[in-house]
Structure formats: C-alpha cells, structure tokens
Design a binder for this molecule. Structure first.
Ligand code: NDP
Length: 291
C-alpha cells in the first residue's frame, strides 16, 4: 500500500521507519534533511514536495499540535483524492479534530485521530499503545497499519475520542509525576536516602510508572534526557482542562496540575523535558536533587 508520512520528529521518524519495512512510504518533513536521511537509511521515498503526499492511500500526520495538522490540511486540501484515509497520530485537540474530519469529509477523505502513548522507546520498538477515534469501518482499515507501529490498538469511540483519552491519560501521568516528586523530596529532606524511598514506593501503594521508570534515572542517577518535551505535555494537560471545562466538570486537581505544568514550562522553557518539573519542585523548596 502507498502511505504518506508527514512529521519525522522524535516519534514520527521511528514510526515511519517501521512502516517503510512493509509499505511504500512517502516521507515529508518541514526540515527536509530529516526526510532525506529517512529515505536514504530506511528505504522510504522522499516527497518532492508536500503535494506529493496526497498520492498516499493513507496519510499519517505526527505533528506537535492540531494547529500544525490543520496547516498541512490547508496546503494539501486541493490535492487530496476521494477515498483517502487520514490518520492523525498527533496528540491533538478533539474539538479541532472533529472540525478537521468535517473539512476532509467534504473532500471525500476519512479521518481518524490516533494519538499514541509509550514514549520514544515505544516508537523505536513498535510497542506503542494507539487510541483511535473514528468510525468502525475506518478503524478496520487503519488497524493493520497501526499494528506495525504499536502493540495495543484500541478503538475508543467516534472522531475526537482518541485525542480526548490521550490528553486525559497524560494528565494522570503529569499529576502523578508531580506528587511523586514532591513526596520523594520530602522523604529526602527527612533524611531518607532517595534509593530507599523509591524502593519502598515501588514495593507499595505509591508505585507508578513515574516512580518505577521515569524518576529514578533523573533523581538518583542525575540523568535528564530529553524524551518528551514539556511544551507538548503542557499542551496535552491544557487540552484536557479545556475538555473538562466544556463538560462543565468540577476538576480542581486537573486545573492545579495544568497551572503547575504551565508555570514550570514558563520557568524551564521550550527545550525542557517534561520530567524536569521535578527540578522546579526542588527549586520551590530552595534545594536541588543533588544536594
Ligand atoms: P518533535 O518536536 O520531536 O517533532 C515534531 C515534528 O513536527 C517534527 O517533524 C517537526 O518538523 C514537525 N513540525 C513542527 N512544527 C511544524 C510546522 N509548523 N509545520 C510542519 N511540521 C512541523 O515532537 P514529537 O515527535 O515528540 O511529538 C509529536 C507528537 O507526538 C506530539 O503531539 C506529542 O505530544 C506526541 N507524543 C510524543 C511523545 C514523546 O515521548 N515524544 C509520546 C507520545 C506522544 P522539524 O523536523 O522541521 O522540526
């Protein structure tokens, strides 16, 4: 099958690599060198321009936000062919996704929102969890393609449902990272060794992905890799907050989490990794994790 993949960032690059092993994949990236390298090293086909992506029977986007997806739709709109399936793997906004689906439907193009979770390592190893919003027919068409990039593919509901559950689940993670960091800092200030505090947490009721996988490397070993940009995580939590607002829901902890992450983003800047919020927590307490 001929696919087009747009957005070869930290996630998109390895996802397109897996797809290129089984399909003819046209790749396009804003910074062309990345697409050139992909084509050179992984057997994909470098798009001569964005318009060529319209040749894909399936078009996949993996971009920062729904805004960039819509800009791509604007540029491709006149070239699109009826019967094309557009899979948006971006962690986007469900309301914008619905509007995009509506716009594309007028062109005879079907739309699925299919954001992913599992981090860059999951994209590298094709073990992502992919949550899909759209019709059952479109899901059936997309599933074999998504299975090349992910291990668990879940049809969540109609268009928008994938984006919605993605930002909600990331908000759960954000709140967990924050509270776990706070409590570990208090344990450290109490005089408990961080490794010991983590060992108890991970053998007990406070255990989470944050305590088991995300925090030990940073807090104990002092390694702070850039894996998932804080700016993306902040975006996800802000979308979750806006959905809650739209549902007239009372979600004080979600609102607080959003405020904390947005404040941390202002402090740490666009280049920070999301777990660096733990540094802000230490600073709020006049200390560092090393001290
Ligand atoms: P990156 O910042 O690594 O990559 C973003 C991609 O979008 C790059 O290819 C970039 O092109 C392209 N891009 C940015 N702005 C534009 C624009 N205006 N027009 C066209 N292309 C543009 O992001 P990630 O791969 O980390 O994340 C992508 C999505 O996946 C986000 O929605 C994120 O929330 C989500 N996600 C990320 C995870 C992670 O661990 N990183 C995990 C799960 C989901 P260029 O190369 O030119 O900069």
């Amino acid at each position: 099958m001929k696919l087009a993949f747009i957005g070869l960032g930290a996630m998109g690059f390895p996802m397109a690599r897996h797809l290129a092993k089984q399909h003819e994949v046209i790749v396009w990236n804003r910074t062309r060198e990345k697409a050139e390298r992909h084509a050179r090293e992984y057997g994909s086909h470098l798009a001569r321009d964005l318009a060529q992506c319209a040749e894909g029977e399936v078009i996949i986007t993996m971009l920062p936000t729904s805004k960039e997806v819509d800009e791509i739709v604007d540029q491709l709109e006149t070239h699109l062919r009826r019967g094309t399936l557009w899979i948006d793997a971006t962690s986007g906004d469900p309301n914008v996704g619905r509007e995009t689906a509506h716009r594309l439907a007028a062109k005879g193009v079907n739309f699925l929102d299919a954001p992913v979770t599992g981090a860059v390592i999951g994209a590298e190893n094709a073990t992502l969890t992919i949550m899909v919003g759209g019709s059952a027919e479109d899901f059936a068409r997309a599933e074999p393609i998504l299975k090349i990039c992910g291990k668990t593919i879940i049809h969540v509901g109609p268009v928008g449902a994938g984006h919605a559950i993605k930002v909600l689940t990331n908000s759960i993670m954000g709140a967990t990272v924050w509270i776990t960091s706070e409590c570990l800092l208090v344990a450290k200030q109490f005089g408990i060794d961080l490794k010991t505090a983590l060992a108890v947490t991970n053998a007990g009721s406070g255990r989470s992905n944050a305590s088991e996988n995300l925090l030990p490397m940073r807090l104990v070993e002092g390694k702070w890799p850039l894996i998932f940009k804080l700016v993306h995580h902040d975006k996800d939590i802000r979308i979750a907050t806006s959905i809650a607002h739209q549902q007239h829901a009372s979600t004080p902890l979600l609102a607080l989490t959003q405020n904390l992450f947005t404040a941390a983003l202002h402090q740490l800047g666009d280049k920070a990794d999301y777990i660096e919020v733990a540094k802000v927590i230490a600073e709020m307490n006049g200390t560092t994790w090393e001290a």
